[in-house]
Design a binder for this molecule. Sequence first.
Ligand code: SAM
Length: 300
Amino acid sequence: MPDGAPPANDSSPRSWTALVLVVPEARVDDAVGLLAAQRPGVELQDDIPGHKRLIVYLDESETREGVRSEMPALLARLELDPEACGMEFVRVADERWVERYVESLKPFPLGRGFVVLPRELAGDAEGRVPIRLEPGQAFGTGEHPTTRLCAAILERAVEPDSEWLDLGCGTAILALVAAHLGARRVLAVDNDPEALRVAHGIVRRNGLADAIELSLAERVPETFGELDGVVCNISASFMRAHAQELARVLCAAGVVVASGFLCEDIEAIALALDGAGLRVERRLEDGEWAALVARKRTAV
Ligand SMILES: C[S@@+](CC[C@H](N)C(=O)[O-])C[C@H]1O[C@@H](n2cnc3c(N)ncnc32)[C@H](O)[C@@H]1O
């Protein structure tokens, strides 16, 4: 149970302070990842077309003044304008929503060969390889279309004994997929310390700590090179800015699996990958979300 949530046997009425923000749909996952860290949780409401209303439940140790002063910098990291987000505070009656949310989570299939099991559920794997996650603390629960697209691509792209980078690993879900598919070594990197803390626990719980090396880093560490593949599920702006770095760490004919952007961004990302010496081989879509597979051109 998260800090600040009432104990299960406490029947006394209470309420939470929550911060309410309106966020464009394309930024919601990043916003949840950033704002949920070390807080009891975030609820999403769908009442505004093209946007979500985020109800961010605050920890008991937080003050409104503290949150109000911290928010502009956090929203700037998400490329969001605090004014446009309409920041306001509300009191919300406790309806044991955290416990109900966790209890509502069910196992679900990922790719053709995996099943994600939230919490410690034994679950019925039905011949699929189980990936055990702890929901609600870092992006990467496996339910997002971009994560599903990347996992499905990895099932075709990861060769036995290969070396991969999972850039923007979140819970390390895609690193786990690559390691299960036979990658000898997976470097999993994120710039969010909370995501890495969660990822360490998840990697251990899945018994893959020998194959997956987690590190805190912004962008692609200089020391990486000659990798067989990179999976990068971050954002369109990241991909446009860092395509060259991704190409640099690949071996000849190495593969980039790029996602975290909308279908409308495909052409711009394809252009950036092409400019970095990567030939786009596949374009995949799931609803409004997209993924590209590109291979490093070999010198002729
Ligand atoms: C969309 S989530 C993807 C998580 C997971 N890989 C998945 O597919 O479900 C993007 C992740 O990238 C991380 N991230 C964002 N910018 C980054 C950067 N510049 N360097 C490293 N990680 C970054 C975020 O903290 C977040 O965990």
